[in-house]
Design a protein around this ligand. Sequence first.
Ligand code: FAD
Ligand code: UDP
Length: 383
Amino acid sequence: MSSTEVSTVSKKGGFDYLIVGAGFAGSVLAERLATQLNKRVLIIDKRQHIAGNAYDHYDEAGVLVHRYGPHIFHTNSREVFDYLSGFTAWRPYEHRVLASVDGQLVPMPINLDTINKLYGLSLTSFELEDFFASVAEEVPHIKTSEDVVVSRVGRELYEKFFRNYTRKQWGMDPSELDKSVTARVPVRTSRDDRYFTDTYQAMPLHGYTAMFSRMLDHPNIKVMLNTDYRELEGVIPYKELIYTGPVDEYFGFRFGKLPYRSLEFRHQTLDKEQHLPAAVINHPNEHAYTRVTEFKYLTGQEHPKTSVVYEYPQAEGDPYYPVPRPENAERYTMYRKLAEAEEGVHFVGRLATYRYYNMDQVVAQALTLFKRLSGEGGPAPVG
Ligand code: FAD
Ligand code: UDP
């Protein structure tokens, strides 16, 4: 938006809402407030693009890639799926992952085929349940990410599939992380090799960025990129603020920094149609990266070349993952209290509420906030 446009709007009394961050949280709220309540919204992002971490674009070779790592949409919430369906058609897609363990590529999450292939067995599902029971460790109170796994599949499988991946991804041992982290990945005795079992699993047919463009395409919504919200303080009038950036940063790190885990994404285009035997290969025990993704599996694009991304975990860099462990939860609670007391400011999204949320959970959280802002109740959170 040009400065003339901004000043025209502000002469009419300013914006009703300034929304910081054009990811899922910010964009859903911009769309709802503009179209349902006829509010005038300015949505800004310090990056050069909309869509937050879900941003996708065509790389130099013309392959559609996700700049910030693979984003696979899945949800059990009909409300969330129906809502997003207003802005995109879908490509049905069920995600599958292989893990590289002991020199073999085996299905992840661990399932019947994983164990049979790994150990050269031919167990049935019933026999596998007995096998897990025989190796599982008794853990009276399951608290950590180690507890979750060893109490289900025992120490050997934990060490082959989870321990080193988690140490790489988070820079700490699973015993130091909340159980919710490794509990994201189930263990199965069936042959189901899908990464997710949600009711709705699909990718936006033309990509995420195209979906966000449609959400934000409304005369009441102005989009301003390359702009940190602090640059606008005292410059552009607005009535209320919706903030989707890191909550500790908003409050000037008053209670200290909340840790976020970062990643470096190394993208590569290869001069061949297909590179990997599955969309994602996890490497728990070798390499400095955790996983490699080939985007064409996700997008269904046909192209003579193919693009992949390697994820290298980092301590410093853009904040991607809140780190679920008790002392961080305590520190976040202190920030949450400040946030709740902040008049005219609403905190929403993965960074502003310090939650390891998937996209659908962020959409649900944003729809709930919208209902509150419009005076209605909200649906139960997803997940
Ligand atoms: P974000 O997308 O982070 O948006 C926040 C925006 O705020 C950013 O664009 C940021 O630039 C902007 N901002 C911050 N501070 C300021 C400021 N001061 N001024 C201006 N702008 C600011 N979820 C799934 O459901 N499926 C997946 O497969 C999946 N894969 C993932 C893979 C990776 C590697 C990562 C990191 C996440 C993945 N997620 C996945 C989670 C998903 O990315 C998030 O749930 C979702 O993007 C969060 O949306 P958000 O709006 O809360 O935050
Ligand atoms: N995990 C693991 N080995 C794997 C896959 C996952 O140890 O092969 C653990 C790891 O701690 C990871 C967590 O389970 O951070 C959640 O995995 P998920 O694939 O959901 O991570 P995300 O896609 O959010 O990065």
